[in-house]
Unconditional design. Sequence first.
Lengths: 333, 333
Amino acid sequence: MLVAEIGEEALLKELRNLFAATARSVPVGIGDDAAVVEGAAGLQAVWTTDLFLEGVHFESGWQAPGQLGRKCLAVNLSDIAAMGAEPRYALFSLACPGDTDAGNIIDVARGLNDLAAETGVAVIGGDISESREGLLLSVAAGGLVPAGKAVLRSGARAGDAILVTGYLGNAAGGLTLRRKDIESEYRSLRDAFLSPVPRLAEALLAREAGATAMTDLSDGLASDLRHICVESGMGAEIYHERLPVHPELLEASSEYGWDLDNLVLAGGEDYGLLFTMPAGAADAAALAIEGQTGTSVAVIGEIKAGKAMTVVCEYGRLADLPEHGFDHFLPHG
Amino acid sequence: MLVAEIGEEALLKELRNLFAATARSVPVGIGDDAAVVEGAAGLQAVWTTDLFLEGVHFESGWQAPGQLGRKCLAVNLSDIAAMGAEPRYALFSLACPGDTDAGNIIDVARGLNDLAAETGVAVIGGDISESREGLLLSVAAGGLVPAGKAVLRSGARAGDAILVTGYLGNAAGGLTLRRKDIESEYRSLRDAFLSPVPRLAEALLAREAGATAMTDLSDGLASDLRHICVESGMGAEIYHERLPVHPELLEASSEYGWDLDNLVLAGGEDYGLLFTMPAGAADAAALAIEGQTGTSVAVIGEIKAGKAMTVVCEYGRLADLPEHGFDHFLPHG
């Protein structure tokens, strides 16, 4: 049945029922003018928001509706994790043309709700509207962190080690396959792009291990590391041979003639964590996080005094890190 | 200069600077993965969100960009107020085509920021993206309320008086003028539609005076009162002659042949408050709120046991309240 046949009121009721279970943990969830959540002494709240637009961030044929719903929550939870916080709340808004299949919309919401349920997140509100063209999703997420313990981008110090979780460039590889409409066997690349996993447990462990700065890998290593360097007033050296490259990305790059370095250094949407910590504790922390979560952690470089961001290999300086990852408005290179 | 010429990074920086003053009150505002706000013992947080889409909620020629920014925050603050809470935080996302004038976008943000500054709201985050078509705004707002004191829709009891602030139908009158492209002298109607004022002080006074249920007038009296009645398991009787109709709406309806009752009972977007309270205290509370804020408050009816919602005049039952206000997807009557 089409959204225009069901109507806003009925669709809202459907979604409200869907989200009822996760919202049971808050005093007032969906259905009033606003949601009410508990205040808490000793904790601070952390909030972020992301837009997710058809034709810009995704195309409708690229994934199942449930994957889409899951991803638009996942990228917000990834931001909460990157603060060293635990996600707790989500607001979920969507707009679509009236001739959209209502089942599709409910499947999007169901995917989002599944991830919410798995991560202890309550979907506490949202909005629904007609759009003139395309599906539009807007998610805001809130979390909690012990007061004063949020891990900011600004805390990196000279000599700190630079660490990343997971692999670099896989999502960019998956996006390239989608854009070129290649049906391939490179499942790690496809999944990295369509089904990113927010690194919640890894982020809390990094915070507890003494991470000095942290962000998530949304725009690509070069951009995201630049954010940390600029906010911290520091530079960085990246060890080329330590960058974690997945065997499938290596293979696909060779098969299709991709620029592997560009994917690894500037490819966005991996949604791993990028963090810094005192060098002496880095290897032990990497091992501990790997051991407890199963997620690989690599020490990939060092924070340096100054402003230069360079990539080095065993023979010396290789290149400056590219200035930009993905910019929504600038022409794409 | 066009948004595509400035680029996302520069536009973000511009907006970050613009919002810097309001965000000074929070531990971490715009610029990290997420914002950090203070937790608080004895308080609960209240969150809401609204989409605002060109071609659906507004047309670009209808208002100055600053009015648009102000309105998309105002409607969220109105929801916070309707909970009996004080607004404190806002997240502001926007998407537009690359060929949008960047000055326009900054003016939208400036309008939003002005209202934020006037109301003590910190703009703590947001997102910015390209859109394929039209301007898209998404705002989430958070506020604080003493624990357990939020005024829900579900608290109305039989015998409670029903009160509204301000006038009914003015915004619908203003919308009708805009849609028909009538340049008129009916300034109260135009302003009600383009520049709604969230009733923040009025809402706190209503809560303190013992409001049992409250919502804001976004969908029109019939719909919004139905929300209170359904959530409270009650019915209602509305006194036709007590409905607050502005002289300009009366005059415009007569001049253009509008259905005045329909505008007053079902016209949306007035963003006044609709609340209930014990009948014995209603007149005094209405006077007190009027005296302290200058906003008129009218007692317009009574909550009744049962489910019927009727409009009565001095000669008896006039009509059932219409079932629907505005529905985004159902055909408009």
